[in-house]
Write a protein that binds this ligand. Structure first.
Ligand SMILES: O=C(O)CCC(=O)C(=O)O
Length: 258
């Protein structure tokens, strides 16, 4: 599948693009079933709510926020990340051969009811270290994501906005002043997603997510790609995990060796 020129322009302008009904719903259900088993048995590596937000509360210590390193967990996860359907799209947007970065988003993300927290405004690039910031995350909704269960919000065009470093706190969450908020509020987009919908978003796009106020978990899949020419910086987390090159007709797992 390929994007139209209009869709490429939209991604470049807004910093994100939603593609409805992209993933087969049977594939989504199968991924969800496996994810639920890994969540039930808390198969490591995992990150808890406590590790994510740092609030010392037993309910946050017992709640899994994400399953990490999913590429190596199951063939179904791997197949989704290596889908040949998406490769031409990623190549169009990156203008390079896409490469999976196993170091970062390579996760099943969850928002559990009653014990999850909001995700504050941030840019994913905050902890990632590459020669340039041109990385794209692929978010797959495995079920409905709506205003009651932790929907994502994006700020249109924020991947191209320059902000003073003072507007980011010590964890690099974005903390806008009142005047910034007033300028940005009209640019917030909150898309309801259905099973099989994907959102492609740039590593500098500001996004956030609500807490889950429903009675069921929100479970999503997210992974990140970069271009082959965009190397990770030495001696960083970004360079300490393997990468998987997504050629048109094959994949190749490589060590970054940095
Ligand atoms: O909480 C969510 O659903 C979004 C998570 C997210 O944006 C992140 O961990 O980078």
């Amino acid at each position: 599948m390929k994007l139209t020129d209009k869709e490429i322009e939209q991604f470049d302008r807004d910093g994100f693009l939603i593609i409805r009904d992209f993933a087969d719903t049977t594939e989504c259900s199968a991924i969800l079933d496996i994810a639920k088993v890994h969540l039930k048995y808390e198969i490591t590596p995992i990150e808890t709510e406590y590790e994510y937000i740092g609030i010392d509360d037993i309910k946050y210590k017992e709640t899994v926020r994400r399953l990490r390193q999913v590429y190596d967990r199951d063939i179904l996860f791997r197949n989704w990340m290596q889908s040949t359907k998406i490769r031409p799209i990623l190549k169009q947007l990156l203008k390079d051969t896409p490469v999976l970065t196993l170091a970062h988003h390579n996760s099943i993300m969850t928002k559990h009811p009653h014990s999850s927290t909001e995700t504050r405004w941030h840019r994913d690039i905050r902890y990632w270290r590459y020669q340039n910031d041109n990385l794209i995350s692929i978010w797959l909704a495995l079920g409905e994501e709506n205003s009651s269960n932790g929907v994502l919000h994006f700020i249109k065009g924020s991947h191209k906005m320059e902000f003073s470093s003072e507007l980011f706190d010590e964890k690099e969450y974005f903390v806008p002043t009142e005047s910034e908020k007033n300028l940005l509020v009209s640019k917030i987009v909150t898309p309801t997603l259905n099973r099989g919908d994907i959102v492609l978003f740039h590593s500098k796009t500001l996004h956030s997510a609500d807490k889950n106020r429903s009675d069921n978990p929100k479970i999503s899949f997210v992974y990140t790609v970069k271009g082959l020419k965009n190397a990770p910086l030495p001696n960083t987390r970004s360079s300490s995990f393997d990468e998987v090159i997504l050629y048109d007709d094959k994949v190749k797992r490589v060590s970054t060796n940095l």
